[in-house]
Design a protein around this ligand. Structure first.
Ligand code: 5GP
Ligand code: ZN
Length: 117
């Protein structure tokens, strides 16, 4: 069952109450451009159920996440990911999670380094 939090920014974007530049949408997920991109291409893939952490995920939500992970590679032409991309899921304070609705960052368009701090 889908969960919804009326105070959550990404739930509001999914509902259409807050605008976003949508790149892909189906019943399970929404992919839109990050408002403050950290790479030339920076999208957020958001499962359409509200949960913060992998640890909070229901069976149903783990199915949504699997669908997200399987969908992203099929969109590589549309999203311009052909030279490679990075997926990031921030979890909790040290990782800098600021929106408490689980999301996959899709970063691309530049040769990336590998320095978390
Ligand atoms: P986190 O820090 O939780 O892993 O990622 C949250 C992301 O959401 C950040 O990269 C931030 O730039 C993005 N973000 C925050 N507010 C908005 C918004 O109103 N619209 C969009 N499109 N992205 C947002
Ligand atoms: Zn939410």
């Amino acid at each position: 069952m889908k969960r919804f939090d009326e105070n959550c920014l990404f739930c509001k974007i999914i509902k259409g109450d807050i605008p976003a530049k949508k790149m892909y949408e189906d019943d399970d997920m929404l992919i839109f451009c990050d408002i403050d991109p950290k790479a030339p291409k920076h999208y957020l893939c958001v499962p359409k159920s509200h949960f913060k952490l992998l640890a909070d995920m229901t069976e149903y939500e783990s199915e949504l996440l699997r669908k997200c992970l399987q969908k992203i590679p099929t969109l590589k032409d549309e999203l311009g990911l052909n030279d490679g991309y990075r997926l990031v899921i921030n979890q909790g304070d040290d990782a800098g999670q600021t929106v408490f609705h689980l999301h996959i960052h899709i970063l691309s368009g530049v040769k990336m380094g590998w320095t978390p701090a």
